[in-house]
Design a protein around this ligand. Structure first.
Ligand code: ZN
Length: 471
């Protein structure tokens, strides 16, 4: 398993940076060309490989217009084709869901899944229609990256112990030397991302080399519930990553304040420009509305949150051989709907990081990650199964007459779901509710009625439609 590492340039000469930016811009045109020509059903959708594209371009002379070295455009073609393939595969995930909804016949399902995997969906009218619907034609948005093949770069350490990375520039005979702020030499294929006057060197290392991967996992089976104040709460009642809430609230407040200030400055600059005071407008834009500091602060915040979440997951895996959790990648669908709301955007992103951490740490340390259906896990009592209400961090069960800590209650429910014979990962929401209600009903007929407040539950059971609306 691979993990991504990032090295940063340190005090890079602006002239060198500008040359790299120009190279990345030209390679961005290569990417656009690839998306334009092959980002469709007839291109990557038909199983076209990047090697074929390279051969074709060499014959037709397509590459001549870009003004970059051969290796640079070839690697970029490969990278762009991989991007297109990734977008295609993402669409297939959606289409697999529609196949499951369309038919329950195992043979028919298998036939469609196989056609989808082998990129032979174009001949099947249903699959072709679904793919067209879910695979929207994309276009390239990347103009700031350079991919460097493993044998095209090298590093040296200078007399003062500083590490320099040499990569090809636009000129065949001259390498561009980039001073790095680390002493660990990047290896393998590099992705240089040019951001805010600084070069980010992304590369992958084998996870087994990492110290944290050598720690074995624990022996228990643990359920976890993701939170906002803390990264995770486990079914033993322990909270992990308790600094998360403070980090997110701090960032959210900082962003709101900064956006407010920037809006004000922007309006001052616009007013000045209207008045004809272009010098002032320019001064504000250059000195106060730049993106360099903003982007670096954002990167620093992202790194802090990632550390908090990964550390939390490590703490769980310290004791767990099996971790039961909600599939947090699934809820990622409504990306656009999040809009400008800072808190929701941060929460959505945090969820993605938690999902990544659970998967990556489990794989590296050898614990099993079991995704469970999390429907109603925060609204049911873990002891008796009755649906109740969560208010803030408390969950009150009217049958047990106990107030649970809501996140611990949810984590225990998630743990139970891992071994639930009736509720599978993809059991629909409504059906989960029905199963839970049937269970408590069965429970009730077995026991003498001693509950003083059964009314709400009975109403729900008698009028399922109304309860669906109120949820
Ligand atoms: Zn209960």
């Amino acid at each position: 398993m691979k993990v991504t590492r990032i090295a940063y340039s340190a005090r890079l000469n602006p002239g060198k940076y500008a040359a790299l930016v120009e190279q990345a811009r030209r390679l961005g045109r290569v990417r656009s060309e690839v998306w334009q020509r092959y980002g469709s059903i007839a291109g990557v959708g038909s199983g076209l490989r990047d090697r074929r594209v390279r051969d074709r371009w060499l014959v037709e002379g397509v590459h001549l217009q870009f003004g970059v070295l051969a290796n640079a455009w070839k690697e970029t073609v490969r990278d762009a084709m991989a991007d297109i393939t990734a977008s295609l595969e993402a669409a297939k995930v959606e289409v697999r869901r529609t196949i499951n909804r369309r038919t329950s016949d195992p043979a028919e399902r298998k036939r469609m899944f196989t056609a989808l995997t082998a990129n032979q969906w174009a001949s099947d009218p249903f699959l072709a229609r679904q793919m067209r619907q879910h695979w929207k034609r994309g276009k390239n948005g990347t103009h700031d990256q350079i991919v460097v093949r493993a044998d095209k770069h090298n590093t040296i350490v200078d007399g003062r112990g500083r590490l320099w990375l040499a990569v090809p520039g636009l000129d065949r005979r001259k390498l561009v030397r980039i001073p790095l702020s680390t002493t660990v030499a990047p290896s393998g294929t590099l992705r240089l991302i040019l951001r805010g006057g600084r070069v980010e060197v992304h590369y992958q290392i084998d996870a087994s080399q990492m110290r944290s991967s050598q720690r074995p996992c624990g022996e228990a089976t643990v359920g976890v519930d993701k939170g906002y104040t803390e990264a995770l709460t486990d079914s033993d009642g322990v909270r992990h990553g308790c600094g998360l809430g403070e980090l997110l609230t701090g960032e959210s407040n900082r962003l709101k304040e900064r956006n407010r200030r920037r809006a004000k400055l922007r309006s001052i600059a616009n007013t000045a420009a209207l008045r004809g005071d272009h010098a002032k407008a320019h001064r504000i834009k250059a000195n106060n509305l730049g993106v360099m500091k903003r982007d670096r602060q954002a990167a620093r915040h992202r790194a802090l949150v990632r550390t908090e979440i990964f550390t939390a997951v490590h703490r769980v895996v310290d004791k767990a051989a099996t971790v039961a959790a909600e599939d947090l990648t699934k809820t990622f669908a409504g990306h656009k709907a999040l809009g400008r709301n800072i808190n929701r955007r941060l929460a959505g992103w945090t969820k993605g990081v938690t999902a990544e951490a659970l998967k990556s740490v489990s794989e590296r340390r050898g614990s099993a990650l079991v995704h469970v259906n999390a429907a109603y896990t925060s609204q049911a009592c873990h002891r008796c199964g009755r649906l109740g209400r969560r208010s803030g961090d408390r969950f009150h069960c009217t049958r047990c007459r106990v107030v649970w800590q809501a996140d611990v209650n949810a984590a225990i429910n998630i743990l139970h779901r891992a071994g639930d014979p009736d509720i599978a990962l993809h059991t629909p929401h409504q059906k989960v509710k029905q199963i839970l209600q049937d269970r408590t009903d069965r429970h009730r007929t077995r026991l003498p009625v001693q509950d003083s407040s059964p009314a709400p539950a009975e109403r729900r059971a008698n009028y399922p439609n109304r309860s669906a609306m109120s949820n």
